[in-house]
Ligand binder design. Sequence first.
Ligand SMILES: NC(=O)C1=CN([C@@H]2O[C@H](COP(=O)(O)OP(=O)(O)OC[C@H]3O[C@@H](n4cnc5c(N)ncnc54)[C@H](O)[C@@H]3O)[C@@H](O)[C@H]2O)[C@@H](O)CC1
Ligand SMILES: Nc1ncnc2c1ncn2[C@@H]1O[C@H](COP(=O)(O)OP(=O)(O)O)[C@@H](O)[C@H]1O
Ligand SMILES: [Mg+2]
Length: 286
Amino acid sequence: MNKKIIEKEILSKVIKKRKEGSNKTNYGRILLICGSQSFGGAAIMASKAVVYSGAGLVTLASDMINRAPFLSSVSEAMFLDYTRTDKLINSIAKSDVILIGSGLEDSDFSFSLLKLVFQNAKTNQLLVLDGTALSMIGKRNLNIPKKPTIIMTPHQGEWQRVSGLSISEQVPVQNYKKMVDLNIDFLVLKSSATEIYALQNPREYKELNIGGPFQAIGGMGDTLAGLIAGFLGQFKNDQISVIQAATYLHSYIARNLSQKQYVTLPTRISEQIPTEMKKIIQTSKY
Ligand SMILES: NC(=O)C1=CN([C@@H]2O[C@H](COP(=O)(O)OP(=O)(O)OC[C@H]3O[C@@H](n4cnc5c(N)ncnc54)[C@H](O)[C@@H]3O)[C@@H](O)[C@H]2O)[C@@H](O)CC1
Ligand SMILES: Nc1ncnc2c1ncn2[C@@H]1O[C@H](COP(=O)(O)OP(=O)(O)O)[C@@H](O)[C@H]1O
Ligand SMILES: [Mg+2]
């Protein structure tokens, strides 16, 4: 199987200048179903990455305990109480991209949210599965539906839970087999050398080689999931390139920050996203 390295050119391939007459509805409606009483920060960090990546309309559905801190730190986004099933179903129906799992608790209630999304998601929607959604799918043997496009962002421990493959068994051929078995369209398998797979192309996968241990901090993956969701909402073509670009940008910013900072805080990465995106369109040949 052919391994390629993700190069910086992927950023100018995907990130484009905005059209003059466009408005927020042209840049994606993103719904996050994230956070819980225990992990409010994950929801805030994921949402911050979605907003700072430029997504048009962003809603977080979460536990009410997170509402006030969320609105004060990501004021551009909207908030929904995730126990309001009627409103949540409505919001699922209107979304282009749904990110579920970052910071959810492993509970019967969270599991019911995941099933609700699986039942209501439609063919033209993109579903990003992260964090505890993955652990629950693995532990509770939940089948992933064929209809929405599925983007899964596990670290190796989560992928072990979902796929049953131990870390040493997580080699490309095995990973592809599991993607087919489990209906996963795109897999971002996170580690110190993150790998990105697309189901349509089982002969090639790409590896990221610009990350580093300055990224080993809680919230780094929540931020990546948000950045991927935000990019998928606004850059509509060639989903694999969009996912690669988001993953590259996340580590590219972290690497730049690490020149001056021992550890690169996830919220600082998000704050840097608009500046780096601007630099890309200014230097782009396209
Ligand atoms: N501030 C917050 O609210 C935070 C919330 N978080 C959320 O907490 C939930 C649990 O996620 P966690 O990943 O912390 O815990 P998990 O228990 O799901 O995963 C960690 C386990 O996986 C194993 N593992 C194997 N390979 C790994 C790798 N490459 N990277 C990381 N772990 C690996 C570890 O040894 C450990 O046993 C998620 O929903 C996550 O989004 C975390 O993001 C931490 C920060
Ligand atoms: N040593 C490292 N080198 C490169 N990237 C790393 C390293 N450690 C962590 N990362 C990156 O940080 C992120 C961690 O994701 P995850 O474990 O899901 O974090 P969290 O759930 O706490 O937000 C991944 O993108 C991973 O690739
Ligand atoms: Mg995570």
